[in-house]
Design a protein around this ligand. Structure first.
Ligand code: GLA
Length: 538
């Protein structure tokens, strides 16, 4: 599958208006019990948290879909084959719970699984192991009858018939569920977990990229990878920061899949509960907002830390997350110590964030030119303090350990058009790097030789020179004076490839290499080859 994007060199065009836009024009927001309560969830837990969303004002700010995760069911279906709520944990049943939530202006989300059983072993909607009829239509009808507004369909225990591929089996199961949801006539947001069952490492492989691509044709959001660290009451203060960084880490390269109605889901917000400092909680909210991630809180809402409650309810951060342009932040620069992200917003503003991964506060200065605003100054609103100031040609902030600075920039009149600027990140999450007249892969260092601009003429430039495709497939790509030749014109596709206008070939790391010094070349465009996938600035 290779669809060329239109005029914009930076990113894929959004998918056409569809179910996705109708159901989730902006990233879904709400609450889910899993990361805090796991199988300890009960009706009382859900109603208490729902009430707390209302009383804290978070519901009115958008956190309004309340989802019951795994372990809500009785261990077996009833004699008709229908799902049954656990009579002890959910004594009033699921229709009652839906009514409770709706009466408070909330929406009702529920969890099921596309396999034979949920991850915790309760009845799944998919075919039994060994084959046989699935329950997708029956279960969808039950959700509609219960007033369900949102379904999270997990992917444990999915039966793969002999001779069939795993990916085909997942696709068929998730498509069957999407069809069944549509057939109910009820508007039900569909959260797809399929990609999480194909993730290997941060950069990923062909199957993962392929599943990510079709997930957006099936549902409105998808879990791409591993679970965020859950809260363990036996070790209530055990750090969960590494979990936040891990999920942020794999999500940051996937911006090409995000657009209105189609959202990467790096998993729950766990801000405000044990395991994160105040600065770490704030960072998670800021990073998720930059990435247009669903904001689905999974902490005890009645006992959030004050810092997290303020961050979660910060209207300026929510506005960045929910920006109607729906573009996920691109990575401007990473060097292992700090990450700089930039995100275009509707109306021409830009959101910028700086994550400090280090154990001590750090003062960071970022030039506006490096954020896509060359020759420009702007009004920068610090989204933590709300204070606005004029930037000059750079932003400076002292960022606490594990903290994130975040601003909304409004370019001053007379600024030139924004120029997507930042890393060209490829195989193994390494950086395309200017190396004399060649372009190599290298560990990312946030240095100018890794800072690329995507220009209106479809050129990719660094250090004043243009990325140039070789005339023959085996030769390396070059960094040459810009001439306007087709060999210097590249189109970013929704698949993540960069296709050269002269040769029709794709920029790649030959033989799937990731080592420092690997010379880039071009090859016949393949099917979601990880060595041909690029994460481009936004
Ligand atoms: C998987 C999901 C989690 C949660 C559990 C429930 O691990 O990724 O979010 O739903 O299953 O068992």
């Amino acid at each position: 599958m290779l669809c060329l994007a239109g005029a914009a060199p930076a990113q894929a065009a959004p998918a056409p208006a569809s179910d996705g836009v109708r159901l989730a024009a902006t990233p879904p927001m709400g609450w889910n019990d899993w990361a805090h309560y796991q199988c300890g969830v009960t009706e009382a837990t859900v109603t208490a948290n729902a009430d707390a969303l209302v009383s804290t004002g978070l519901a009115a700010k958008g956190y309004s879909t309340v989802t019951v995760d795994d372990c809500w069911m009785a261990p077996a279906r009833d004699a008709h084959g229908d799902l049954v709520a656990d009579p002890v944990k959910f004594p009033h049943g699921m229709a009652w719970l839906g009514g409770y939530l709706h009466a408070r202006g909330l929406k009702f989300g529920i969890y099921e699984d596309a396999g034979s059983a949920t991850c915790e072993g309760y009845p799944g909607s998919g075919s039994p192991q060994g084959g046989g009829p699935d329950h997708f239509a029956r279960d969808a009808a039950a959700y509609a009858a219960w007033g369900v507004d949102y379904l999270k369909l997990d992917g444990c225990n999915l039966y793969v018939a002999p001779g069939r591929g795993k990916e085909e089996a997942y696709r068929q199961a998730y498509e069957a569920q999407a069809t069944a949801l549509r057939a109910t006539g009820r508007a039900i947001v569909f959260s797809v977990s399929a990609p999480a069952y194909f993730q290997h490492g941060e950069w990923g492989d062909s199957a993962w990229f392929d599943v990510l691509a079709w997930s957006g044709t099936v549902g409105q959001l998808w879990r791409e990878g591993r679970d965020i660290t859950t809260w363990d009451p036996a070790r209530p203060d055990a750090s969960r920061w590494a979990g936040v960084l891990n999920n942020y880490g794999y999500n940051r390269w996937l911006g090409r899949y995000a657009s209105p109605g189609h959202w990467n889901d790096p998993d729950f917000l766990i801000a405000g509960a044990g395991g994160l400092t105040d600065d770490e909680s704030r960072s998670q909210v800021a990073l998720w907002a930059m990435q247009a991630a669903p904001l689905i809180l999974s902490s005890d809402v009645g006992h959030l830390t004050a810092a997290a409650r303020a961050a979660l309810g910060n209207p300026a951060l929510i506005a960045v997350d929910q920006d109607r342009l729906g573009r996920q932040a691109g990575v401007v620069a990473t060097d292992g110590a700090t990450d700089v992200l930039a995100r275009p917003l509707a109306g021409g503003d830009r959101a910028v964030a700086v994550l400090n991964r280090g154990p001590a506060a750090r003062t960071v200065t970022v030039r506006l030119a490096d954020l896509g605003l060359p020759g420009c100054s702007a009004t920068a609103r610090d989204l933590w303090t709300g204070r606005a100031s004029a930037t000059g040609d750079a932003l400076t902030a002292t960022v606490p350990a594990h903290g994130t600075a975040i601003w909304r920039l409004t370019p001053h009149p007379g600024c030139a058009r924004t120029l997507p600027t930042g890393q060209l990140t490829g195989n193994g999450a390494t950086c395309a790097t200017a190396t004399g007249t060649a372009v190599t892969l290298h560990t990312c260092t946030a240095t100018p030789d890794q800072r690329w601009t995507l220009n209106p003429d479809h050129t990719y430039r660094t250090l004043g020179h243009c990325l140039t495709a070789p005339a023959s497939p085996d030769a390396p790509a070059a960094l040459s004076p810009c001439t306007g030749a087709p060999a210097q014109s590249w189109t970013a596709t929704p698949d993540g490839t960069l296709v050269n206008a002269a040769s029709g070939r794709c920029l790649e790391a030959p033989a799937g290499a990731t080592a420092d010094g690997t010379l880039l070349d071009t090859g016949a465009c393949g099917h979601f080859l990880p060595q041909q996938v690029w994460s481009v600035p936004n």
